[in-house]
Design a protein around this ligand. Structure first.
Ligand code: FAD
Length: 288
């Protein structure tokens, strides 16, 4: 973990592009609240198979124009053509965007062909070839390993491909066991990978939703957390309090262990993130 301590602490908040006017208003309020915490970066997700291509673009450009915080669009390449990716990169360059989260993404079930890119390392390579050093590129990392990876070693080697293709940093899938993250970083150090790997943090506010996400993305909810969340049933206030407590401790353990920041999956809600942030007493002064 020692390699991670040399990086300036880097805090970012992830949003998804809203579907309607009410969602847009909610996101505006959320990002204005979160901007007061002075994070390094906001990021905006990209729907599977390009389904939110325009909404992601619109959300990113609105944030760019209205906020003092830098913003990174997520860009996934599966189901895309070379020309389609080139076009969106140029549109982001025209808007003055300097940060990207480059992903493979997933093909929505029953939809479309894989397109001209098969893995995120190919996307990173393409972005570097087309745009040189214009973008700061973040990629995804999986401390508990990607659900489709045949084994841990193969997944680590595939992570290495993205770094060698030109990634500047990584943000992880969420997890609740800090040892998974520490071991992942140690494996990266042994492979000679030298980049900040920022843990992804999913605040806990809704057990059903969390269980569904976790089944899809392969993130493990430790049994003791799952059992307690189940036991709260409809008592959402107790569940929320327990979630904040567990996630605060996770963040504290990670930062004390040397993690170079935190990436919060906000799900467009400010409150849980603000509460965790205040518990941690973070003062963010850095920029990427
Ligand atoms: P890759 O790095 O390409 O890995 C995918 C799988 O293929 C892994 O099993 C890997 O081991 C294997 N692999 C990788 N490269 C190779 C290779 N060259 N040869 C053979 N096998 C290989 N999804 C969205 O749809 N939109 C988003 O906005 C979004 N944002 C995310 C943000 C973060 C921080 C994270 C952690 C995930 C995000 N995801 C998002 C989810 C992500 O798209 C999925 O997890 C997807 O299944 C994998 O994307 P990847 O970029 O990690 O893929």
């Amino acid at each position: 973990m020692e390699s991670q301590r040399k990086y300036p602490k880097y805090f970012s908040f992830e949003f998804f592009p809203p579907k309607n006017e009410a969602g847009e208003e909610k996101l505006r309020n959320t990002r204005e609240t979160l901007a007061q915490l002075n994070p390094c970066l906001f990021s905006v997700t990209f729907g599977a198979g390009g389904s939110t291509r325009e909404r992601t673009f619109d959300t990113v450009t609105e944030i760019k124009q209205q906020s003092h915080i830098d913003v990174a669009p997520h860009l996934s390449c599966i189901s895309s053509t070379v020309e389609g990716i080139r076009e969106i990169l140029n549109r982001y360059i025209d808007q003055g965007i300097r940060y990207l989260v480059a992903l493979r993404g997933d093909i929505p079930s029953g939809m479309g062909s894989p397109g001209e890119f098969h893995y995120a390392n190919q996307l990173v390579e393409f972005i570097r070839k087309e745009t040189g050093d214009h973008f700061h590129i973040e990629v995804a990392a999986y401390p508990e390993f990607h659900p489709q990876a045949p084994d841990a070693g193969t997944d680590l080697n595939n992570f290495k491909r993205k770094v060698e293709a030109g990634a500047d940093g990584a943000m992880t899938q969420y997890f609740y066991n800090p040892d998974a993250y520490f071991r992942f970083v140690e494996s990266c150090e042994k492979m000679g990978l030298d980049l900040p790997i920022v843990p992804g943090i999913m605040p806990i506010t809704n057990f059903t939703q969390l269980a569904r996400f976790s089944d899809i993305c392969g993130a493990e909810i430790p049994r003791w957390i799952r059992k307690r969340l189940e036991a709260y049933g409809e008592d959402m206030e107790s569940l929320r309090r327990f979630g904040v407590e567990v996630t605060t401790k996770l963040c504290r353990d990670l930062l004390e262990g040397g993690a170079p920041g935190l990436h919060f999956y906000t799900l467009n809600n400010a409150e849980p993130t603000v509460e965790i942030w205040n518990n941690l007493g973070i003062v963010s002064e850095t920029r990427v």
